[in-house]
Design a protein around this ligand. Structure first.
Ligand code: SF4
Length: 381
């Protein structure tokens, strides 16, 4: 660890809007003294104000997980089930429509849809048609709704099942109304870690390739990091470096698709499967570590990825509110239902009203605004 003078020099560099290196970001993330951490927090908050302004945004949206039946066995996942086992579900078209209608009734502008990798999810002999129909079901009945769905892992699953290229899959989904994609399944973009926590998942290069293709095809994506399990600080920073590089490529090539936001998803282990419980004993996320990582992510990434969001589901609302002082400028969505993290033992809840979100932001003496998925003003669309 370097001394305070090094920390001051790195923070001065960031405040003068120069890019800090991965080594410098790692130096910040390695700080233990409360004095140094306070300076990092102040700098992150200053840069948040410069890069994203004072207003905190939020979205009225609904999560719909269409199935938890999944062929994979990620070690941290308490959500997945085998078909025909207790708790397994696979929503019908009618159920999806009813959930969407209820969301629209509450003013939702977005449906976020992801699910398990269900090998039987085929329509007319192809997986692609099943996924296209999920989009069509919503867009034909609620054309105003933004469809945010399908992780890079789901894109690879469809491509593999149907022997298509990633570009062919994304283009076909775009044709029927895909609006943007979640940058989930990123976990930690390091194959050594992936081989332990999610060995069946796409590797780092494939994740980066699929998100890059989405951007090239004009599809915006989010970006995420599953933090606080077996990864090191160096691997966290390398992950941020890969996201930064991806966004810089999209900017340089003038792609219409870009990373819209960065979300830290701290590991919740309470009911996670045994193999990861043996390695990570803790039930709930480490708050101090997550807030420091939040601040360093703002300082390192904020000039290329300007929107940073804490996960209130994983952290709880009061820690998510606190993260708004550590570099975050967005409080995320109402969600209306959340299964993946809640089944892992998260205590943040599964639903927030817009009123509760607004009150949480007002409590910090900061203005709020309802946004669309792509961060436009929701009231202006
Ligand atoms: S994290 Fe996703 S891919 Fe992994 S087991 Fe769970 S549902 Fe399946």
């Amino acid at each position: 660890m370097r001394d305070h003078k090094d920390v001051d020099a790195i923070l001065d560099k960031a405040v003068s809007l120069q890019d800090i290196t991965e080594a410098e970001a790692l130096c910040l993330l390695s700080q233990k003294s409360s004095q140094a951490i306070a300076k990092i927090k102040t700098t992150a908050n200053y840069l948040r104000q410069k890069q994203s302004g004072e207003t905190v945004s939020y979205i009225i949206n609904r999560n719909i997980n269409f199935t938890n039946i999944c062929e994979q066995h990620c070690s941290f996942c308490a959500f997945r089930r085998d078909a025909n086992t207790e708790g397994a579900f696979w929503l019908t078209t009618e159920q999806i429509l009813a959930k969407t209608a209820a969301a629209v009734e509450l003013g939702a502008t977005e449906i976020c849809m992801q699910g398990g990798l269900h090998p039987e999810a085929k329509k007319d002999g192809t997986s692609l048609n099943y996924y296209r129909d999920l989009i069509k079901t919503i867009k034909q009945n609620f054309p105003q709704i933004h469809f945010h769905g399908f992780s890079p892992q789901e894109i690879q699953f469809i491509a593999r099942e149907d022997n298509l290229s990633y570009a062919e899959v994304i283009t076909s989904l775009l044709e029927v109304g895909l609006g943007s994609m979640p940058g989930t399944a990123a976990e930690i973009l390091d194959d050594q870690i992936r081989n332990i926590i999610c060995p069946e998942k796409i590797n780092t290069d494939t994740w980066l390739e699929i998100i890059g293709i989405a951007h090239q095809l004009g599809v915006p994506t989010t970006s995420t990091m599953l933090s606080g399990h077996i990864e090191t600080s160096a691997q966290q920073i390398a992950h941020l470096g890969k996201l930064k590089h991806l966004q810089q490529q999209a900017i340089q090539n003038n792609y219409k698709g870009r990373i819209t936001e960065f979300i830290i998803l701290p590991f919740v282990g309470e009911t996670a499967p045994e193999p990861i419980r043996r390695r990570v004993k803790r039930d709930q996320p480490l708050v101090a570590e997550t807030l420091l990582l939040t601040a360093v992510a703002r300082i390192f990434l904020g000039h290329v990825i300007t929107n940073h969001q804490p996960s209130w589901v994983k952290l709880g609302l009061s820690t998510a509110q606190e993260a708004l002082n550590w570099g975050c400028n967005d409080l995320g969505g109402t969600l209306m239902e959340e299964h993946i993290t809640t089944m892992a033992g998260a205590k943040g809840g599964t639903c927030l009203s817009a009123e509760k979100i607004k009150a949480t932001i007002s409590d910090l003496q900061r203005p709020y605004r309802q946004r669309t998925t792509l961060y436009a003003n929701a009231n202006a669309t």
